[in-house]
Design a protein around this ligand. Structure first.
Ligand code: VNL
Ligand code: MN
Length: 355
């Protein structure tokens, strides 16, 4: 057995491993104020309106609870971590971060959010780990903020919430960001964003645009655009992390390899150039995935099988998905003690450089 008998049977007890949750979210008062300002304008982006517009205005218990949890970097968060047996959270500014903002506001609020997160980590150094937020629409400023985050704030990972105003990191104009991440040896967590305006309609009309499905489709597409654009041929040491069981990409690996090669060989698209390796090779060699939102043993084991046990990490997706039962289910997975410790603890310690 991995767990000692807990005093309260509902609270996951001490285990033979630390539980490090790696895709956990927060928000700052300044970011909230800017979101309010954006939402009050005309022609609000439909994805942003459907996502933060919902959470910030809905009287539902879910929305109210999420907004309260997001705003806390002290007692409430730690109480919830204790209730779920979470030893450490790796925390990032919630999606869409600053990416919905205009460029200059985004640069300023990224820095301010990073300062505030760093203070939270200083207050709770054994419980919190911070991710560096950047404004991708200013790649030079983003590269500088990565450097500041690493050297001044002691953070060792970067969060980017998928597209920025409909633009993808496969475009070489963003590649200063990859150069900085590679040079400082920090992984980029490619987290979902609300779907861009030119993609959302067929998803939103049936309510499938959000975390239920649309997030995964769009973020998986983004990761594939980065791979097929040759980013990892140009930056071979660059590390990326994707959540939600790798946004289903492990399940796609076989077909991606076959059809990508068929597309290249037939010169079907000007935009599809040869790359050095198969798409699945980059997924295995440059990517880590987390199980955020997917507390499901078969999917975790399949991913460990096809990516390797060193590449699959635990995440909860607090406060959007916060369930003690999921921690119990994962504690009870039929998996060797060694692999379970990698999943919950040591892979995260390696990837996020947690001392
Ligand atoms: C949701 C889930 C939103 C996970 C998130 O970021 C997230 C959601 C805005 O259920 O809406 O990280
Ligand atoms: Mn998330």
């Amino acid at each position: 057995m991995h767990t000692l008998a807990p005093a309260n049977p509902q609270v996951p007890g001490k285990a033979a491993y630390q539980r490090i949750a790696t895709e956990e979210a927060f928000i700052t008062p300044e970011v909230l104020a800017e979101y309010k300002r954006i939402l009050s304008k005309e022609n609000v982006d439909p994805g942003f309106k459907g996502l933060l517009g919902f959470y910030m205005s809905s009287p539902s218990a879910r929305a109210q609870h999420i907004m309260r949890c997001l705003s806390d970097l002290d007692q409430l968060r730690i109480q919830h971590m204790d209730e779920c047996g979470i030893d450490k959270q790796v925390i990032a500014l919630t999606a869409p971060g600053v990416q919905i903002m205009d460029k200059d506001t985004a640069v300023a609020l990224a820095a301010l959010s990073n300062d505030q997160l760093a203070e939270g980590v200083r207050r709770h150094p054994t419980r919190f780990v911070g991710m560096i937020c950047v404004a991708p629409h200013d790649p030079v400023a983003a590269a500088k903020e990565i450097e500041r985050g690493v050297n001044k704030l002691g953070m060792n990972s970067v969060i980017i919430n998928s597209h920025t105003h409909g633009e993808y990191l496969s475009d070489p104009k963003f590649w200063d960001i990859f150069a900085a991440a590679e040079a400082h040896d920090v992984p980029i967590y490619l987290h979902p964003n609300a779907l861009p305006a030119n993609m959302i309609q067929p998803f939103q009309e049936c309510g499938l645009d959000g975390a239920v499905y649309g997030f995964g489709v769009e973020t998986g597409l983004h990761a594939l655009r980065i791979i097929t654009a040759g980013v990892f041929d140009r930056f071979p040491k660059l590390k990326m992390i994707i959540g939600h069981m790798g946004e289903a990409l492990p399940f796609w690996m076989y077909r991606l390899d076959y059809m990508h090669r068929a597309t290249v060989m037939s010169n079907r698209y000007e935009s599809v150039k040869p790359i050095k390796k198969k798409p699945s090779d980059y997924l295995r060699e440059n990517f880590y995935i987390t199980n955020s939102g997917v507390a499901w043993e078969p999917a975790i084991k399949f991913s460990q099988d096809v990516l390797g046990v060193d590449r699959v990490l635990y995440a909860m997706d607090y406060p959007y998905q916060y369930l003690v039962d999921e921690v119990h289910a994962l504690d009870n997975m039929k998996m060797s003690a060694e692999d379970k410790k990698k999943f919950f603890q040591t892979n995260a310690e390696t990837v996020f450089k947690i001392a």
